[in-house]
Write a protein that binds this ligand. Structure first.
Ligand SMILES: Nc1ncnc2c1ncn2[C@@H]1O[C@H](COP(=O)(O)OP(=O)(O)O)[C@@H](O)[C@H]1O
Ligand SMILES: [Mg+2]
Length: 292
């Protein structure tokens, strides 16, 4: 039997052969897919013994009509991914393809950082506020795993999180789609610089800054990568004031001391607010592109 398929205790209503279905689950609903019959039927025609494939497949109704819960998951997924695409700042759309499942952990240090990132993503999915710092040189897979964490949080929670709303003096907990953002730090500074002489861009940048404050989780990618802080210090202050008590996954080439020298003690203390135990060091990881 093909290793990608499995039996699941249901027999074909036509020929009695155990039905097979893919071992994987539907990526949206998380449910198993419908089965089909691998059986062969023997019959006679003009006195000759003949064989043909049974070919039975489970009825469409059984597999394609989604339940209300599945529809809600699809709606939350569309919302969360739409938000991510609309307000993220990236220099290349490649980052949107990074997942845990396409991260290759071929040696022990890579397995270690992958597991650490999976554990931290689980904590975020469980509702903990986290400031996680992924530290290491370029080409080590920090951005890849930061994005992997974001997608893992979304998928593990069915793309929804809880929020307290007060209506007519009554506070209730309701489900809302995750607001998750990826912010390429260098790109954000460039946008901010260009927006001084472009009003349309200025409105876009203001909207992004507003969403950075609202979002449930933000990846701050390549923090500290700008050449000098002449244009960035205001943004740094604003970002960390707005995210002081909210989840941020930071990737950076700088260590704690380097960040403090660059942006000052107050910023570092805000970054460390929820950072205890959430650091991931990439120092033992090889350059993915093969240099050192
Ligand atoms: N272990 C890995 N498995 C698969 N792809 C990887 C791995 N490590 C790095 N990459 C890829 O190498 C490139 C550089 O990684 P990136 O995450 O951008 O590194 P960093 O952010 O540390 O500079 C990306 O295209 C990324 O997807
Ligand atoms: Mg990077």
């Amino acid at each position: 039997m093909n290793s990608r398929f499995e039996t699941y205790g249901v027999n074909c209503p036509n020929c009695g052969t155990p039905l097979l279905r893919p071992k994987t689950v539907d990526s949206v609903t998380g449910r198993k897919l419908a089965g089909a019959c691998p059986g062969v039927i023997t019959y006679t025609e003009n006195g000759q013994l003949r064989r043909k494939k049974c070919g039975y497949t489970e009825p469409v109704a059984q597999r394609t009509i989604p339940t209300a819960t599945e529809l809600t998951t699809v709606a939350h997924r569309n919302d969360a991914l739409g938000y991510l695409r609309t307000y993220s700042v990236t220099s290349s759309s490649d980052v949107m393809r990074h997942r845990f499942k396409n991260y290759m952990a071929t040696d022990e240090p890579e397995r270690r950082v992958l597991v650490r990132c999976q554990q931290i993503a689980k904590q975020i999915a469980d509702g903990k506020t986290v400031h996680s710092l992924l530290i290491g040189k370029t080409g080590r897979g920090k951005t890849h795993l930061a994005m992997g964490m974001l997608y893992a949080v979304l998928a593990q929670t069915g793309y929804k999180t809880t929020k307290q709303v007060t209506k007519n003096g009554e506070t209730k907990t309701v489900y809302v789609s995750w607001k998750a953002l990826f912010i390429d730090w260098h790109e954000l500074i460039e946008l901010q610089k260009q927006s001084f002489k472009d009003d349309t861009l200025k409105r876009q940048v203001n909207k992004i800054l507003f969403e950075i404050k609202q979002a449930d989780v933000v990846v701050l990618d390549d923090f500290g990568s700008e050449r000098d802080t002449e244009y960035s210090q205001d943004l740094v202050d604003r970002f960390w004031r707005d995210r002081e008590n909210k989840t941020v996954i930071v990737t950076t080439n700088l260590d704690g001391k380097g960040l403090e020298n660059r942006y000052g003690a107050r910023t570092l203390s805000r970054m460390k607010n929820y950072g205890v135990g959430n650091g991931v060091a990439f120092s033992a990881i090889k350059d993915y592109r093969g240099e050192v």
